[in-house]
Design a protein around this ligand. Structure first.
Ligand code: F6R
Length: 602
């Protein structure tokens, strides 16, 4: 959610900034801008729209300089517009600032500054930062002191980069509750919201903690929140740059759908043997026997994976599991304590609500476990334990391979808990075998691309679409429905199959498409009856199931597996159909409107 990047070094800053911005574009694409220091003056170019638009504008400018900062925006305060685009500056052009996060007390600060004679050009919360810097600089005559005073005034979250003619060839960086990484190579020093933005320049990174400040020039100087110099060790990240390319695919989403078998294989690699073992994570029998419940917290697709985790844990381990949407968790006064195992799922590891929920659970004494896909992401620094999914970088805004990897790791975790509490059983050995075999079955489902494309051609003009199922199939329905809405902009709803006749069935009319998901023999007949009910009201049914045929219904057949594992297979046709519908409509599937990949504000 908003991406920031900065460079100071021997080379021209602009190409490095725009390249960095392009890899950050998935974080937001409402507007973009750069500020470069040239001959002791700050030059800003910014506008509404995507980075390609900014690049066009830059072709007509002749900005040169070895130090600059840049931003791609997901609007929180103020519409997407040139005025609201970052970088923001004070009137005297002393400070240019890019910011990711939300300044929660910006109205109060704005009033304070207006009272002191300052005027605002934008509706953003960010603009208070350069103006406060200006105000405090005038009082203190010292940029670092001005920064310290400014940061003290800010409530909320921020990752900021600042350039100033007063500083010369130095970038100021500061962070609280928003991600910021710093990298270094022989050409210079970089700062950015995430690792992929910098991975083509360096694989050695420094991670700022909340409250940290850094001065980037020929070297990097770190300070803690009391402005005392601190030392930091860099960490090597072995990411394959290739993984961040489209590799010949038309879109990242298509590439990532196709990568799912490999992503699951990599995620499970080394975990499942005779015993299940995780790297740097273990729980003992005494602890697992002592817990009274498990609470899973996440947002969006990760929350849907969590629901399938609940299904698996309750079925196999008989431990009560609650799943909460992270943004609700904090405000529902959750009943958790030292006897609750709290699991937080986040592909990016940066989702503000999920991290805030984790901190709350930790404060209440619960053991916290993060499941994330991004190495060294913020969540890993807050949780007691971390388990990584190894799905590789997920760039498309709509989550696909992260979801199937999350469900896979949750099943592995379920088996781990079960085996520690109850010992080995034939049932758990069989499930382990099925889990390991899943990537091959995913290949089978992926091979039917053309069939899914045909469905999309039949459906892309509809106004509404429905997804129904029972048990774990309902969880799959929710994920299918979310994929469709977010990239095709078609209204869709998921319902427990038995719930339709309590109201929503009134929405069904002649020709309405309804997906039925039926992968669990125990409830299949019931789901089929519910599908009959909507068919009787004119609906077209598409059944995703592990059977060959059903009367008067189209069937998408998937291989038969334990219903605990079914989401990993059954979601694939739904991902594809959402994808092809969006393509039929000529939409940008990788960067759907109003969305951003990493939701770093609450
Ligand atoms: C949907 C989607 C979002 C994310 C949600 C959580 O396709 O991508 O719903 O799942 O924003 O993001 P993470 O997992 O990064 O915490």
């Amino acid at each position: 959610m908003c991406g920031i990047v900065g460079y100071v070094g021997k080379d021209e800053a602009l190409p490095k900034l725009t390249k960095g911005l392009k890899t950050l574009e998935y974080r937001g694409y409402d507007s973009a801008g750069v500020a470069v220091l040239q001959n002791k003056e700050i030059y800003v170019v910014k506008d509404k729209g995507r980075i390609a638009n900014l690049e066009e504008l830059l072709k007509h400018e002749h900005i040169k300089g070895n130090i600059g900062i840049a931003h791609t925006r997901w609007a929180t305060h103020g519409v997407p517009s040139k005025e609201n685009a970052h970088p923001h500056m004070d009137d005297e052009k002393r400070f240019a600032v890019v910011h990711n996060g939300i300044i929660e007390n910006y109205l109060e600060l704005k009033d304070f500054l207006i009272d002191k004679g300052y005027t605002f050009k934008s509706q953003t919360d960010t603009e208070v930062i350069p103006l406060l810097l200006n105000y405090y600089y005038k009082k203190e005559k010292d940029v670092l002191k001005a920064l310290g005073k400014t940061l003290q005034d800010l409530k909320g979250s921020y990752a900021i980069l600042v350039i100033s003619p007063l500083l010369g060839k130095t970038i100021l960086a500061a962070k609280k509750n928003s991600p910021l990484v710093i990298g270094k190579n022989e050409s210079g020093i970089f700062a950015a919201s995430d690792i992929p933005a910098l991975i083509s320049y360096t694989n050695e990174f420094y991670f700022l903690e909340d409250g940290d400040v850094a001065l980037l020039n020929d070297t990097i100087t770190f300070y803690n929140d009391e402005f005392k110099p601190i030392k930091k060790k860099s960490k090597k990240i072995d990411w394959d740059m290739e993984a961040t390319n489209k590799n010949g695919y038309e879109d990242y989403m298509l590439k990532e759908i196709m990568e799912q078998p490999e992503a699951l294989k990599n995620t499970l690699n080394g975990i499942i043997g005779k015993k299940i073992e995780f790297l740097n994570f273990s729980l003992d029998k005494d602890y697992l026997d002592s817990i009274t419940n498990i609470h899973i917290v996440a947002c969006g697709t990760a929350m849907h994976a969590g629901l399938s985790g609940k299904y698996a844990i309750e079925k196999l381990c008989r431990i009560p599991v609650t799943v909460s949407v992270a943004s609700e968790f904090r405000y529902q006064d959750p009943i958790i304590n030292a006897k609750t195992l709290c699991i937080f799922i986040s592909q990016s590891g940066e989702t503000a609500d999920t991290i805030a929920a984790l901190k709350l659970a930790r404060d209440k004494g619960a053991v916290t476990l993060a499941i994330t896909n991004v190495f060294e992401s913020s969540i890993t620094r807050e949780a007691k334990y971390t388990i990584y999914t190894h799905a590789g970088p997920e760039i498309a805004v709509a989550s696909t391979k992260a979801y199937t990897s999350q469900v896979g790791i949750l099943v592995a975790l379920t088996l781990y808990i079960k085996e520690i509490r109850d010992g080995h059983s034939k049932e758990s050995d069989k499930l382990k075998e099925e889990l390991i075999n899943l990537p091959k079955l995913m290949d089978v489902v992926l091979a039917d691309k053309d069939i899914y494309k045909d469905y999309a051609k039949r459906m892309y003009k509809v106004r509404d679409l429905f997804y129904i199922g029972r048990g774990n199939d309902y969880n799959i329905a929710m994920e299918g429905s979310l994929k469709l809405k977010e990239i095709s902009y078609i209204h869709s709803e998921a319902y427990p199959a038995g719930e339709l006749k309590h109201g929503p069935i009134a929405l069904i009319e002649d020709g309405t498409f309804v997906f039925g998901i039926a992968t669990d023999a125990k409830v299949e007949e019931k789901t089929l009856s519910n599908l009959e009910e909507v068919k009787a009201r004119g609906a077209n049914i598409v059944l995703v199931a592990d059977k060959e045929e059903a009367k008067d219904m189209d069937i998408i057949k998937i291989p038969k597996v334990n219903p605990i594992l079914a989401p990993i297979l059954a979601v694939i046709p739904l991902q594809f159909i959402a994808y092809y519908i969006a393509k039929e409509k000529g939409l940008d599937v990788d960067m759907p409107r109003n969305l951003a990949k990493s939701v770093t504000v609450e």
